[in-house]
Design a protein around this ligand. Structure first.
Ligand code: ADP
Length: 603
């Protein structure tokens, strides 16, 4: 039921209620006033009749029908009332409604209640149904005293009774009821017309507001309600418009932001992918679509179904388990090298993940070109350098007569040529390691087998600079499967650095230990590795340089390193060899106190 019908019905209800109350009230009031009017009329009539009868009635013993009835009839002619005269014995001697035999046949009226009351109390009034006239009457009776003496005493000679039909009252009430009914019908019609119009005035703005809000809810956010009044409805409309303005502003802002984001996502070089908790794709930017060759209907599909890259799945699982950012290099195409850096960022705690794919194939290709170039140049430089060194050595070994300066020059040429050829061979080795050309010839060996060869290499220089080399590798260590020659290179490079950057009479300690850790708790697999530590009491490496020392050609103090004959490639080579063994290399160092280089090789 709409508000208009409700209001109309309510109006009608109220009017009906009022009319009904009026009907009851007026009816009762009218009945009262009519009845009291009748009573007073009866009283007047009765009084007049009594006066008349006192005068005209014959003496008490001489009552006859013929004497009294005409008297009564004469009196009654002048009014609508029925008049009766009743003698003391109850005989109705005269009556306006009865004549002759009928009058004589009337019952004894002494026992009529109004007559009894009149005799007892001086007057009697009763509403009764008259058998004589077959209608309802109001009777009023009064005793009649015939005056005998001058002092006012009289003898009771009979009772006069006046009666008026109650019909008049009833018809009056009936008339009134009809009138009220008519008024009610008219009122009702008026009410309906009025309420239809008045509710329209109230409900029209509401209906309009409802329509507008509906169309607003349906998405037409530029809908506004016309404000044409200052009352509460007008205020409501104004508030609605204000709210709509706010919503529009917010939506505009969000749309702008969305457009901006969309542009960024569309034009960026990285692939961006959104997946939900079940790893189903919810969004992919054009780059991601092309990188992963996604089909047209990719939204809602599980990533693993569309693109069978197990590494990507593993990465997602890692992000899910750790609830932190996961990163890996993943091969997306058919190339042998990892070609993309993929970052998985969990959003909203496991509800969603952002996958960012950075294509690094170009960088990798450039790196390969650079490595090839370095390898080629180094290779080409090797032969001329060997020749230069050969001739210089020959020159020096000859006993030819030379000036001292000439001798110095030749020595300088030889030194530089030697340094250069070391640099070239290190470069060559590094590029071979980087390109993966070097094949590992792994053999199980104990770390202590390196002790003798190391001593052979470093004993002279250790003695010269009064350094102590402590070898603290326990015999109990298990053998480790490594490429002997390459691992020797790692140790040589690290110990060589330790010697170079430790002042005279320092100590260099080589130690090793076995470390096991519960890597996968639920599968009960333990991972074990041997960790070698090369510790020195040297100059140390400043904090800011520590992350960079494994870069090729990086040297903390260029002048000093060159003086020491360093090329800046030693640590880079060591790092690559360790990585080829699936190991790790890291350092701890305090400036002025010394450094420790750790190498971990998995068993
Ligand atoms: P280099 O041939 O110059 O020694 P590396 O790659 O072996 O090249 O080392 C890189 C730089 O790291 C060195 O130039 C040196 O500054 C620093 N470094 C390496 N090892 C140590 C060490 N044990 N103590 C102090 N500095 C070191």
């Amino acid at each position: 039921m709409n508000i208009r019908t409700q209001l109309t019905l309510r109006y009608i209800g109220i009017v009906l209620l009022v009319l009904f109350a009026m009907y009851l009230y007026l009816g009762a009031m009218l009945k009262d006033s009519m009845s009291s009017r009748i009573t007073s009329e009866l009283e007047i009539q009765a009084a007049l009749t009594r006066e008349f009868l006192i005068e005209k009635l014959p003496a008490k013993g001489n009552f006859t029908y013929d004497a009294i009835d005409p008297l009564i009839d004469r009196l009654g002619k002048r009014s609508d009332a029925r008049l009766t005269f009743i003698g003391m014995d109850g005989t109705a001697w005269g009556d306006t409604e009865r004549d002759g035999a009928a009058l004589r046949a009337m019952d004894n009226h002494l026992k009529r209640p109004e007559v009894q009351d009149a005799l007892q109390f001086g007057s009697g009034i009763r509403d009764r149904y008259s058998n004589t006239t077959q209608t309802e009457f109001r009777y009023y009776a009064m005793p009649i005293y015939k005056q005998i003496s001058q002092n006012g005493e009289g003898t009771l000679i009979g009772v006069c009774r006046v009666a008026l039909p109650m019909e008049t009252v009833n018809t009056a009430i009936g008339n009134l009821r009809r009138m009220v009914l008519l008024a009610s019908v008219a009122g009702l019609i008026l009410t309906i017309v009025f309420s239809v119009f008045s509710t329209k005035i109230i409900t029209k703005p509401i209906e309009k507001l409802t329509q507008m809000t509906q169309s607003f809810a349906a998405g037409k956010i530029n809908t506004r309600v016309p404000v044409d009044s200052k009352n509460e409805l007008g205020q409501l409309s104004r508030n609605f418009n204000l709210m709509a303005d706010r919503v529009q502003e917010q939506i505009d802002k969000i749309s702008e932001e969305h457009r901006r984001l969309e542009t960024i996502l569309t034009d960026m070089g990285e692939g961006v992918l959104l997946v939900n908790g079940a790893f189903e794709i919810t969004y992919a930017n054009p780059m991601a679509i092309s990188m992963l060759s996604l089909p047209n209907a990719y939204v809602g599909k599980a990533l693993i179904e569309i693109n069978r890259i197990p590494e990507l799945q593993t990465l997602l699982q890692a992000a899910e388990q750790t609830e932190t950012v996961a990163f890996a290099e993943i091969r997306l195409g058919n190339l042998t090298e990892p070609e993309a850096e993929v970052t998985v960022v969990p959003v909203a705690t496991g509800e969603e993940y952002v996958i960012v794919i950075h294509d690094v194939s170009k960088e990798r290709q450039l790196e390969r070109i650079r490595a090839d170039f370095v390898a080629n140049v180094s290779h080409e430089l090797r032969t001329p350098l060997t020749t230069i060194r050969g001739y210089t050595e020959t020159l020096l070994s000859e006993d030819a007569t030379r000036t001292k300066t000439q001798e110095q020059f030749v020595v300088k040429i030889l030194n530089h040529a030697t340094r250069l050829s070391r640099l070239v061979s290190e470069l060559l080795e590094l590029s071979r390691l980087e390109s993966g050309d070097v094949e590992l010839r792994r053999t199980p060996c104990h770390l202590n087998t390196f002790y003798e060869p190391i001593l052979d290499v470093f004993e002279p220089i250790l003695e010269e600079s009064e350094l102590v080399l402590k070898w603290e590798v326990p015999e109990s260590l298990p053998k480790v499967s490594i490429d002997h020659q390459l691992f020797m290179q790692v140790l040589v490079n690290l110990i060589d650095n330790a010697i170079k950057y430790t002042p005279d009479s320092g100590t260099i300690t080589v130690s090793a230990e076995l470390r096991t850790s519960e890597a996968f708790e639920e599968s009960n697999i333990t991972s074990a590795e041997i960790i070698v530590a090369i510790k020195d009491t040297g100059i140390g490496i400043p904090m800011e340089s520590q992350p960079r020392v494994f870069e090729r050609f990086y040297r903390v103090d260029k002048g000093r390193a060159r003086e020491m004959g360093g090329t800046g490639l030693g640590l880079a080579i060591a790092k690559h060899i360790v990585l080829r063994h699936n190991g790790r290399i890291w350092l701890e160092s305090t400036l002025g106190e010394g450094s420790v280089f750790h190498v971990a090789i998995p068993l």
